[in-house]
Design a protein around this ligand. Structure first.
Ligand code: GSH
Length: 206
């Protein structure tokens, strides 16, 4: 398998970390979604990362769809989704907010850093900031003081939350505030980042 995309992307990172956790060998094609746009278009018609090329030539895009495939390939014993339905629903809800937070954090940069200042739509930016803040507050409320989000086993919720937090901490740390604000979320991300599969796919500024 070949994973395309840089590790500054929280979406590429969640796939890379899961590949390490599942213990699947893969090649990493480190190209930029912006600087290598034409190369990327040839691989994925949406010109987005991540893209995962399979041995049969199929190319999967979108981190959640890629992880759906990989989890099935890994099998129940290595699955990063809990089997009991109620527990699974909790993890799905958590992943939804965490991946949405990552999307809004990337969109914030598109709407600010990637635009000339006279073209910035401030009401739009304010809306995104409100969404980022509400998502962070929700995640803080649903993150335990210790251990993993869904008890004693790491799931996709831990990965999604951590890659979003690390992306924000590197790109827009001001969104995380100071002091005890988001203390459970910060501590959880630090715990996860100290694990080998996260260290094997470290955030790398592109
Ligand atoms: N929902 C997608 C989001 C992927 C995404 O937005 N990737 C960004 C990089 S962080 C990208 O490729 N942006 C280029 C573009 O949208 O043109 C996923 O989960 O994979």
């Amino acid at each position: 398998m070949i994973l395309t995309g840089q590790l500054d992307s929280p979406f590429v990172r969640r796939v890379a970390i899961a590949l390490h956790l599942y213990d699947f060998p893969f090649e990493h094609n480190v190209i930029s979604a912006y600087d290598d746009f034409n190369k990327l278009l040839a691989l994925n018609p949406l010109g987005k990362v991540p893209a995962l090329q399979l041995a049969n030539g199929d190319v999967l895009a979108d981190s959640s769809l890629i992880l759906d495939y990989l989890d099935r390939l890994a099998g129940q014993d290595k699955s990063l989704w809990p089997a009991p339905l109620e527990e699974r629903a909790g993890v799905l809800a958590h992943v939804g907010v965490a991946v949405g937070l990552a999307e809004k954090s990337v969109e914030f940069r598109t709407e600010t850093v990637r635009r000339p200042s006279e073209k910035i739509d401030q009401p739009r930016v304010d809306r995104i900031l409100a969404q980022i803040s509400a998502a962070l507050t929700w995640l803080e409320t649903h993150t335990p003081e210790e251990g993993y989000i869904s008890g004693n086993k790491l799931t996709h919720a831990d990965i999604a939350s951590t890659v979003a937090m690390t992306f924000i901490a590197n790109k827009n740390p001001e969104h995380l505030g100071e002091g005890s604000y988001l203390s459970k979320l910060r501590a959880h991300a630090a715990r996860c980042e100290s694990c080998e599969p996260f260290k094997a796919a470290p955030f790398t500024d592109g």
